[in-house]
Design a protein around this ligand. Structure first.
Ligand SMILES: [Fe+2]
Length: 287
């Protein structure tokens, strides 16, 4: 079994909640993952000292392979010239990870694509054809028996009200390519609340079945919808033929992340059954 701890939207800076970070570190050691994925927005304002704080936090997590990708908050929003000329200056100075990356571990190939768009969408996301070619080539050059994981900051579908902005504008086109790449699961953030969707939610009428999983904000005060005022992360257990996703929500006392009802998904399954959802998400789903 392969275990992935998936968190997102640390937002080091003003919205950062040290208690949530402490609880997350504790959880990370408890669940003992094989891989940690942080899907963007490490900082609130892309300042060097915020990235340094983020990296210090990440370095204190269990020493397992780490996948990180930038989010829209990891490029400067207000420092116009910096955003125009050197949007990743602070990232490059402090985070020793490429903007697009491939990580291969026993049982998984993980491709992370930088969906931030500092020159156009700013808050919204974008992926280029060159990035998708990079993903395809990376997956194709690795053994097929492992799971294929794609990581982006921005989401591809928003299933309910609650904020988080529009999905990546070309989401249906990208999802078609993700299906062709035989990706097993897509991990994203940006919504600031947990969501489990399927690729067929993006391309209606197709029997697509790639799970699209977003994590809430792991350590900031910017939770949205049902997760307003709290924090969440996901733990994925990849087993033969299925993936179990366990959402963890920060307790009311802010002392610990507590497990919610797990969601079981078949790998590359072609069922039309929607995934069952944990209780705290059920009311959103009905909205
Ligand atoms: Fe974001």
């Amino acid at each position: 079994m392969l275990r992935i701890l998936h968190g997102s939207d640390l937002q080091m800076g003003r919205p950062f909640r040290p208690r949530a970070a402490k609880a997350l570190r504790q959880l990370a050691f408890e669940v003992d993952p094989n891989l940690i994925v942080i899907s963007g927005d490490l900082t609130q304002r892309a300042k060097v000292h915020e990235f340094q704080a983020a990296w210090k936090f990440l370095e204190a997590l269990p020493q397992v392979p780490l996948v990180v990708t930038p989010g829209n908050h990891d490029v400067p929003l207000y420092r116009f010239w910096e955003r125009l000329l050197v949007p990743y200056r602070s990232w490059n100075r402090t985070i020793p990870h490429d903007l697009d990356s491939v990580t291969v571990i026993p049982g998984a190939t993980v491709v992370a694509l930088n969906s931030a768009s500092p020159w156009s969408a700013i808050v919204g996301g974008r992926l280029t054809q060159a990035q998708l070619r990079f993903a395809r080539q990376s997956f194709d050059s690795e053994p097929t028996e492992g799971i294929r994981v794609l990581v982006t900051h921005h989401h591809f579908v928003c299933k309910s009200a609650g904020g988080g902005g529009r999905p990546i504008p070309t989401a249906p086109l990208i999802i078609n390519q993700i299906e062709e790449m035989e990706v097993d699961v897509v991990l994203s953030g940006h919504l600031h609340r947990m969501q489990v969707a399927m690729s067929r939610d993006v391309v209606p009428g197709k029997n697509f079945a790639v799970p699209l999983i977003t994590a809430g904000t792991a350590t900031s005060r910017r939770g949205r919808g049902e997760e307003k005022g709290t924090n969440s992360v996901n733990v994925l257990d990849v087993m033969e033929g299925r993936i179990k996703v366990t959402p963890y929500l920060l307790s009311n006392s802010e002392q610990a992340f507590e497990a919610l009802e797990p969601i079981s998904l078949m790998r590359r399954h072609m069922s039309n059954e929607p995934p069952s959802l944990p209780r705290h998400m059920a009311s959103e789903e009905r909205a």
